[in-house]
Each structure stands twice: as structure tokens, then as C-alpha cells.
Design a protein around this ligand. Sequence first.
Ligand code: PXP
Length: 236
Amino acid sequence: MLLGVNIDHVATLRNARGGAEPDPVMAAKIAEENGATSITAHLREDRRHIMDNDIKALKRILKTKLNLEMAVTDEMQKIALNIKPHSVCLVPEKRQEITTEGGLDVAGQLNKITTFVQPLTEAGILVSLFIDPSEEQVRAAAKTGAQFIELHTGQYSLAFGTPDEEEEFMKLNESSRLAHNLGLKVNAGHGLNYENVHRMRQIEDLYELNIGHSIISRAVFTGLDKAVADMAKLVK
Ligand code: PXP
């Protein structure tokens, strides 16, 4: 299994003082040097952390893959078609939320998502849909032309160590299996940390995990190089 590192929090810290440090591009380089196989950056509508210039710089310097996380809007589609990241991950976006709260409702807006995905895949960009682990959403995702889904592991992460853990884990496991049978590749992420990540290895054929918060948090104490390397060891 591969490890994608989300560097949004580095940009959040930078923007707290409005200056240039810490530099998310430097963070991406360190992550790559220590086992990350892709870098995710979420360009939000309100630009609260990652900015347009960060995406351009990442595209220029990354040796691995740039995964641009973005909302289903005309503005973001235009930016993606212009920058041409390796992949995009489509997420729902609400201005007030602290982080991406739930999966994209693909089943409820199948035509809209399908139409949105088409020019991206035609431009050679891999498209991933961030969805909750439910049969309905997986089946809908398989109809859109997207090549990947990213299963939302937030509920599993919250339930970890509680009586609900098994049920949440099984949803991920079954959704992953179904997605594979329908020809999709499967990533997963949100809320994963050094304690709960090990169970992801029990899910067959997960391709890549995208992890941000726990790695950047640990980096405050250990340095980013060690925080990424430690997670990469757990994931591989
Ligand atoms: N995947 C997606 C689609 C996300 O929105 C996020 C959070 O930005 C992550 C993965 C990473 O989540 P976390 O920061 O909790 O590791």
C-alpha cells in the first residue's frame, strides 16, 4: 500500500502569519524523500490554506504525483485542466466546515458528476471520488467514468477502539471489494493515525492512503522527515 501525504496543515500554519514559512512545497519535498508516493493539496474555494501558487509550484517540483483535492465547481475544473495534476480528488465543500466532513453524494447527483469528470479524464487526469463507504455510493461512482474512489475513513477512525469499530471497518472492507469488482481502484483516508492505520492493511487491494493531520501533528515533535518515515513503515 502506498502513502500519500496531505500538506494542507503546513499552509494553514504559514497563513497564520501571512508570511512564507513554513513552506508547504518544502514540506512536500521532505515527505517525498521519506516515503510519500504522492502529495495531496486541497485548493479550497476560500483559499484558507493552500493557494493557487502553491499548486503551481508543487506541479513544477514534485518528483512523485500531485493529487489536487477540489470541489465540483467550474472554477476548480478550469484550474485542474490548466495545471494538469496527476490526479484530482473530488470532495464536497462547505465554507463553514473545519475539514471535509462527509463524502461526495455521487448517487444523488450522478449526471452532474459524470459530466464534470469527462473533460478531466479526457485531459489525461486521473479522477478519484471521495465517498462514504456505502454500496449506493460505490455503485454510482462506478458509473461516472472516474477511475478511483477514495473511501472516507472518518467514521472508522472515530469508532476505532469502540464497540462500533468492527461495523465501520466492515463497511470499508465491503465497499473496497465491491469497487474492485466494478473496476475501480481504491484509495482511503481521513482521520487515519499511527494507531488506527494498521487495519487498513487488512483491506484487500487498497492502493493508497491519504493522510495529513496525524503526520503534520507528529512532525511538530519529531520533525516531518521522521513523521512521514514512521507512517510509511506502518503503511507498507
Ligand atoms: N482525504 C480527503 C479527501 C480529505 O479531505 C482529507 C482531509 O483534508 C484527507 C484525506 C486527510 O485527512 P486527515 O488530515 O484527517 O489525515
